[in-house]
Design a protein around this ligand. Structure first.
Ligand SMILES: [Zn+2]
Length: 424
C-alpha cells in the first residue's frame, strides 16, 4: 500500500516538473517572438499592390524603396524558422518591384507550410545584422482563409494584423478538421437536364429533331459527362480527396451562376480545384469526324505541370490520343482559347471560376443571368475544362461508352501525381 502511494506521489512530482518545463518553453518562445516583432524596422515599408490565392498557390505583387542595402529577400518567418519566398525582382535606382511568380498557378504553395505563426517580411542584411521590414496592404482586399487538402487538415488565416499600431502581414496556421462544407475538388459534369449538349447515334446516324435514333442508341453529351464525372468522384475519393459534384443526377438542372451554379459551386465549397468535363463534336454528320482526341483547356498565364499530367495519364489510361485539332492549341493536348482581347479566357468555367486571377466579369449587370458572387474574388479554385474526345467520331464514342472508368482513372491519377510531386 505504502509503496504504491509513494509511486503515485513520485509520478505526480514528475508530472508537475514536466508541466513547469513546458510552460517555461512556451513562455520563452512567446517572449522571443514578441521581441522579434520589436526588432522589425517599421520606419521602412513595402507595399503589396496585388495578392491572390488561386488553387493551392498564393501570389503577391508589390514594390518598395530601399537605399543603403543590397540583396533584399522576401521571407516568411516566426523569428526562429525562416522560409525564403522566391520572387522576380526588378530594380530601378532605389525602387524595386516584385512578383512571387509570373504564373497564376505558381508562387507560395500553401500545402507545404507548417503550423505556427509567421510574418511575411522583407529582409536585408548589413554588417552581419539582419533587418526586417513589413509589407502594407495597398489593395481593396482583406484577410483570407485557406483550408489545405484533406489529410493535411490545416487552416491558414492570412491576416493584415497590427503590432504596436504598425501593419504587419501574418500567416496563422493551425491543425484543424476540415469543415463539412469545405471540399478539395469540384467536378462539373458539363451541361445538364435541360441542355443535353450534342446528341449522337452510336452508329453515326444523325438523330431526328427529338434527339432519337432509329437504328442505334442515342447518346447525350450531358449524360456521358455525368457518367465519367461520377466515376471520377469515386476514383478521387479512393485516393482520399473530398469531392463535390455540381449536379447529383443525369436529369437535374443547374443554373450557371448564383451560389451553387456550374461556374460557382467550386468557390462556394472552397475547393482548390475545379474540373469541368465535356465531350466534343466537330458537327460532321455520319459519325466520321476526322478530328478526335483529348483537349485540356487551361487559363492564361498558367504553368502547364498539371495540364501535362492530365494529358499523360488520360491518354495512357483511356488509350486515346491527344486531339488532332490545331485551333487554340498551345502544346500537344493543351489548349488555350481566349476572347477577342487575347487574354480573357473564352470558357466561363475557366474565366469565372478563377475570379480576378482569370479576369472574371459576370457581376450581375447583364440581367440575363445571376451574378457570379466570386467574379471579384482573390481566393478561388484552379479550373480546367477537359474535352475528353469527339462523340461524332464513332470509334472514339465507342471507347467512351465502353470504358468511362478508364477516363476517370486517368484524370484522378493526373491530379494525384501532380499534387504528390509538386514541391512549389
Ligand atoms: Zn460540352
Amino acid at each position: 500500500m505504502v509503496k504504491k502511494c509513494q509511486k503515485k506521489r513520485r509520478s505526480f512530482k514528475f508530472f508537475i516538473v514536466l508541466l513547469i518545463i513546458t510552460i517555461l518553453i512556451l513562455l520563452f518562445t512567446f517572449i522571443y517572438k514578441e521581441r522579434f516583432l520589436d526588432k522589425v524596422d517599421y520606419s521602412q515599408k513595402g507595399n503589396i499592390t496585388y495578392y491572390d490565392i488561386y488553387g493551392i498557390h498564393m501570389n503577391f505583387e508589390g514594390n518598395f524603396k530601399l537605399s543603403g542595402y543590397s540583396n533584399p529577400k522576401l521571407v516568411l518567418t516566426d523569428g526562429i524558422k525562416e522560409m525564403i519566398i522566391n520572387w522576380d525582382l526588378d530594380k530601378h535606382d532605389d525602387e524595386y518591384s516584385f512578383k512571387t511568380s509570373e504564373y497564376i498557378n505558381d508562387g507560395i504553395n500553401l500545402e507545404r507550410l507548417n503550423t505556427g505563426t509567421y510574418y511575411l517580411l522583407i529582409k536585408v542584411s548589413n554588417d552581419d545584422e539582419d533587418i526586417y521590414f513589413p509589407l502594407v496592404n495597398k489593395t481593396e482586399y482583406k484577410d483570407l482563409e485557406y483550408y489545405t487538402l484533406t489529410g493535411a487538415d490545416k487552416k491558414i488565416d492570412i491576416i493584415w494584423d497590427k503590432y504596436l499600431e504598425n501593419e504587419i502581414l501574418k500567416f496563422d496556421i493551425k491543425n484543424t478538421k476540415l469543415p463539412d462544407d469545405v471540399y478539395d475538388i469540384t467536378i462539373d459534369p458539363g451541361h445538364d437536364g435541360s441542355d443535353a449538349g450534342m446528341i449522337v447515334c452510336a452508329n453515326g446516324d444523325v438523330p431526328n429533331y427529338l434527339g432519337e435514333c432509329s437504328n442505334s442508341k442515342a447518346y447525350k453529351e450531358s449524360d456521358l459527362n455525368f457518367t465519367v464525372s461520377k466515376a471520377l468522384k469515386d476514383e478521387l475519393e479512393k485516393l482520399g480527396y473530398k469531392v463535390k459534384l455540381t449536379r447529383d443526377s443525369k436529369n437535374s438542372k443547374l443554373p450557371t451562376y448564383g451560389k451553387m451554379g456550374s461556374g460557382t459551386t467550386a468557390n462556394t465549397v472552397k475547393s482548390k480545384f475545379n474540373l469541368a468535363l465535356h465531350h466534343n463534336s466537330s458537327n460532321v454528320p455520319g459519325g466520321m469526324s476526322s478530328t478526335y482526341g483529348l483537349e485540356v483547356y487551361v487559363a492564361d498565364n498558367s504553368k502547364f505541370d498539371l495540364a501535362k499530367s492530365f494529358v499523360k495519364n488520360i491518354t495512357k489510361k483511356a488509350n486515346i490520343s491527344t486531339s488532332t485539332k490545331e485551333e487554340f492549341k498551345t502544346e500537344d493536348g493543351i489548349y488555350q482559347r481566349f476572347s477577342d482581347d487575347g487574354i480573357t479566357p473564352y470558357y466561363y468555367m475557366i474565366r469565372e471560376v478563377g475570379g480576378i486571377a482569370t479576369h472574371a466579369y459576370v457581376d450581375g449587370s447583364n440581367t440575363k443571368y445571376d451574378a457570379n458572387p466570386y467574379y471579384n474574388s482573390n481566393n478561388t479554385a484552379e479550373s480546367y475544362l477537359l474535352e475528353l474526345g469527339y462523340i461524332d467520331n464513332v470509334k472514339e464514342l465507342k471507347n467512351i461508352i465502353d470504358n468511362p472508368n478508364d477516363y476517370a482513372r486517368g484524370i484522378a491519377l493526373g491530379l494525384d501525381e501532380y499534387l504528390k510531386n509538386t514541391s512549389d
